[in-house]
Design a protein around this ligand. Structure first.
Ligand SMILES: [Ca+2]
Ligand SMILES: [Ca+2]
Ligand SMILES: [Ca+2]
Ligand SMILES: [Ca+2]
Length: 630
């Protein structure tokens, strides 16, 4: 219709001019543009055809100019004997108004446009595919993930995704041609990869990574022999937006000393930014040095994300069996970090996570740390900064530490995050239960640093000889004075917490303080403290007021996870009932909700002896709230 209209207008103009001025008024040429295909995806070659364009009055077209993205700037021009055809492949998704301008030999021009819709490019990978294996559809999927990575890299667009169907995929692309073990799935900058497809889905939300297990395995060489496996199963790119989502990553073996080949057996991330690792299972990986499961090193101001992952059964022979964070500020949320180990002749630390760095600002939220084991410090978590006056700001909230062990220091947490500076670590709404270590701090060992501890529940942690055999102090918390660097005290503010039935072999069942360590304890229930006032035991710390020494009456200490088998739900056994811990905390210091997200509740059966606003929050991680019970 547009073309016809242009012709009519041209003819009318031509007739008018012809009457008035003759050839001097020969009308401009007619531009006609088509694109094929005009509904496509990034990376696909589109043919633009201007051959139907023509000049009027015996003139000829002398130039074709093409503006593929319609931004007003002509991207290329051609002059005869070109055939009036050209091609272009879009690198970004979008709807474009492509433009052709033709010029005749009198210098008169005409323009035509057409619309090209360019969608996201999905590369399909399915180990079982039998079609053309060009990655264009599930039927014609690549059978090797590396082929999709190669193609995506060649296209070089951020608007690409790689979808991978269930099956097991092993790296083949080596970073060192002379070492087969350098094979790794190097993720392409800006290109998200998704696993968990059955192989028929048409939209991302249809996949199910729990049903359709999509495994990236480092078990190259001899099957089930690890010493010939890949150093890193996955290596991430520099881009901050890249997602690795829905995979099981296993059997990486970073066992060579020197540089990176001793770090990050499962996923190795060493870049300025960092990826998002989501809905993944990272299990059965190994590192001789740091980060059996995941090694992350980025600029400290960037926050890679590890979300909804199971990080289980990974090993490091030094630090960070599950994850090693090196100077980065990740968010680690909704993860299960269990059964990882950091064991090396009594030198392993941070079997769940070892977090090293300063000027970082990280988050651990809604995570469970269960049965991780270090043979020296920090069964679950270890924070280490050896620089004076440097800060390691990490918030740990709504998380469970259960059954973790350390040979010597801090069954759950060994905290030497900073010397000689105010601590930036906070623990809020956390549970520490049944963690054990050999000498100091059944749950937490503070080494010259003072984390803020609010609304946490500590029970059944213990210091008893596990491997070393020396005396044990501080069943729940050990606060240590460090004389080096001018001297650093460990005096953590402790508010709205419960310490009950922790055990130390030698002294300090609940809290042990070295000389010059003096935690201020307020609105907390500490077994054996005598309660605030005249009966207070100063060995526990300073009486900040509002403390009690009464049974918290846990709902079921023998079944802390509850009958649903899930932590942080309504049936958890460390909820409280019929106890003076109810309506007895300081509302000004407490988070708005408890560990399971339950709102604060003013129990009419208990006088509010708490303070702040509101004055009816409960001590411990769980708020008694009958309206939130199943
Ligand atoms: Ca092998
Ligand atoms: Ca539960
Ligand atoms: Ca309450
Ligand atoms: Ca009340």
């Amino acid at each position: 219709m547009k073309t016809k209209l242009l012709v009519i207008i041209a003819v009318l103009i031509g007739s008018f001019c012809g009457i008035r001025t003759g050839n001097a008024c020969t009308p401009p040429p007619i531009a006609i543009l088509t694109a094929e295909p005009n509904d496509t995806v990034v990376g696909v070659t589109v043919v633009f055809d201007g051959n139907s364009s023509y000049a009027i009055g015996g003139k000829t077209i002398t130039k074709y100019e093409w503006d593929f993205d319609g931004n007003g700037s002509y991207d290329c021009n051609e002059v005869p004997p070109c055939d009036g055809n050209t091609t272009y492949a879009y690198t970004s998704a979008g709807t474009y108004t492509a433009k052709l301008r033709v010029t005749d030999n009198r210098g008169l021009t005409a323009v035509d446009t057409c619309t090209v819709h360019v969608g996201l490019k999905v590369w399909y990978v399915d180990a079982d595919a039998t079609g053309d294996n060009d990655g264009s559809s599930w039927a014609n999927a690549f059978t090797d993930l590396q082929n999709a990575l190669n193609e995506a890299e060649q296209v070089g667009s951020s608007d690409q995704e790689i979808w991978v169907a269930e099956g097991t995929y092993k790296p083949s692309k080596k970073t060192d041609a002379n070492d087969a073990r350098t094979a790794t799935f190097k993720i392409v900058d800006h290109v998200d990869i998704y696993g968990g497809f059955g192989g028929t889905e048409t939209i991302l939300s249809q996949r199910n990574w729990s049903t359709y297990i999509t495994t990236l395995s480092g078990d190259i060489g001899t099957a089930d022999v690890n010493t010939d496996n890949c150093y890193h199963v996955v290596t991430t790119p520099n881009d901050v937006n890249t997602a690795i989502d829905g995979f099981t990553v296993t059997k990486g073996c970073a066992d060579i000393s020197g540089e990176h080949r001793q770090r990050g057996g499962g996923i190795y991330c060493c870049s300025y930014y960092g990826p998002t690792i989501k809905n993944c299972v990272i299990k059965g990986n190994y590192a001789a040095q740091d980060g059996g499961g995941i090694y992350i090193q980025t600029h400290p101001s960037y926050s890679p994300k590890i979300i909804s992952c199971n990080i289980i059964d990974n090993d490091s022979e030094s630090m960070g069996g599950g994850i090693y964070v090196a100077g980065s500020s990740p968010e680690i949320r909704d993860c299960n970090i269990s059964n990882n180990r950091a064991l090396f002749y009594s030198g392993g630390e941070g079997a769940g996570i070892y977090w090293f760095g300063y000027d970082v600002n990280g988050l651990i939220e809604n995570c469970t740390f269960v049965n991780n084991e270090s043979d020296y410090g920090g069964g679950a978590l270890d924070f280490g900064v050896s620089q004076v006056d440097k800060h390691c700001k990490v918030t740990i909230r709504n998380s469970i530490f259960s059954g973790n062990t350390a040979g010597s220091l801090g069954g759950a947490v060994h905290n030497h995050a900073q010397f000689n500076s105010p601590s930036d670590l906070t623990f809020t709404n956390c549970v520490f239960i049944a963690n054990k270590c050999g000498t100091k701090g059944g749950a937490i060992h503070n080494y010259g640093t003072s984390p803020t501890i609010t609304n946490c529940t500590f029970t059944n942690n213990e210091v008893n000889s596990i491997s070393w055999g020396p005396p044990g102090y501080g069943g729940a918390i050990y606060n240590r004075y460090v004389s080096s660097y001018g001297g650093s005290s460990s005096s953590p503010p402790i508010r709205n917490c419960i310490f009950w039935d922790n055990y130390a072999k030698t002294a300090g069942n609940e809290i042990y303080n070295e000389t010059d360590c003096d935690p201020n304890i307020s609105y907390s229930d500490v077994k054996g403290c005598g309660g605030s006032g005249a009966g207070w035991d100063p060995n526990v710390g300073t009486d900040g007021g509002g403390n009690i020494d009464l049974d918290p009456n846990f709902i079921d200490i023998f079944n802390p996870i509850g009958y649903d088998g899930k932590w942080m739900t309504y049936d958890d056994g460390l909820g409280i009932d019929n106890t003076r811990c109810i309506d007895a905390g300081n509302g000004n210091l407490a988070p708005a909700k408890d560990i399971i997200g339950s709102s604060r509740y003013d129990d009419p059966n208990w006088t509010n002896i708490g303070s702040g606003d509101p004055n009816y929050i409960d001590m411990g991680a769980y708020e008694y709230n009958p309206y939130c019970r199943i």
